[in-house]
Design a protein around this ligand. Structure first.
Ligand SMILES: CC(C)(COP(=O)(O)OP(=O)(O)OC[C@H]1O[C@@H](n2cnc3c(N)ncnc32)[C@H](O)[C@@H]1OP(=O)(O)O)[C@@H](O)C(=O)NCCC(=O)NCCS
Length: 189
């Protein structure tokens, strides 16, 4: 019994250590980030946050504002905002996920959240936001972009497929308690 407890605790430490290493490597990569010219798509600034949080609340039933605030501080370079003239109409927040595979060390990114103001949907803003930001990901050596989308969110699934994302597998409890979602991936190299 004692051995099982020690074993479980060691696994717990290893998982925490792996997460810490991934977070630290991810943060270092974001600090060295090279931005490319993207016109009306810019990195988030503190004064934009209230508008971004409003768009998030409008787009998601259970969106975590704490998470977005954290990304806007720690991963500012890869938290993109799209404007229509001077008005903020949408955002897309990423984080970096270093990964070890048979191919060696790979830099992947994950879309944590994307939404467009309800009044500006259907006008190509999300498509432009994704195309420009994934182009910048590629220029920074990111090998693929991952995301999780609820299997019933057809507008978003159509959008991702149009950009070139492919469904990888179906998973549970990532998009919400007991909810099913697809893991989708866009290969950049
Ligand atoms: C999903 C979302 C980001 C799309 O933003 P958008 O700016 O309206 O999308 P775009 O105008 O750029 O559309 C690009 C493509 O996406 C697909 N699409 C967008 N809205 C769609 C809809 N209502 N029904 C079907 N397909 C749709 C289409 O393929 C479209 O291309 P087309 O116009 O040539 O048909 C937006 O609906 C939104 O903010 N939803 C709430 C938040 C959300 O669900 N985020 C995704 C979480 S994983």
């Amino acid at each position: 019994m004692g051995n099982i407890k020690i074993h479980a605790r060691s696994i717990g430490y290893l998982i925490s250590l792996k997460k810490l290493l991934c977070d630290t490597t991810g943060n270092l990569l974001v600090k060295k980030w090279k931005s490319i010219e993207k016109g009306d798509i810019v990195s988030i600034e503190e004064h934009m946050l209230p508008e971004v949080l409003r768009i998030q609340a409008e787009g998601f039933k259970n969106g975590s504002s704490e998470k977005l605030i954290r990304y806007s501080k720690n991963s500012k370079n890869i938290f993109y905002v799209i404007k229509n003239v001077d008005e903020i109409v949408g955002y897309c927040a990423y984080y970096i996920k270093p990964a070890l595979s048979l191919k060696g060390f790979e830099k992947k990114s994950v879309i944590s959240s994307i939404a467009i103001d309800r009044n500006f949907r259907g006008r190509g803003f999300a498509e432009r936001l994704l195309k420009s930001s994934t182009e910048e990901m590629k220029a920074n050596g990111i090998s693929s972009v991952l995301l999780y989308v609820n299997i019933n969110n057809l507008p978003a699934i159509h959008l991702y497929q149009k950009i070139g994302f492919r469904k990888i597998k179906q998973v549970k409890n990532i998009c919400g308690q007991s909810e099913k979602c697809y893991e989708m991936e866009l290969r950049l190299v």
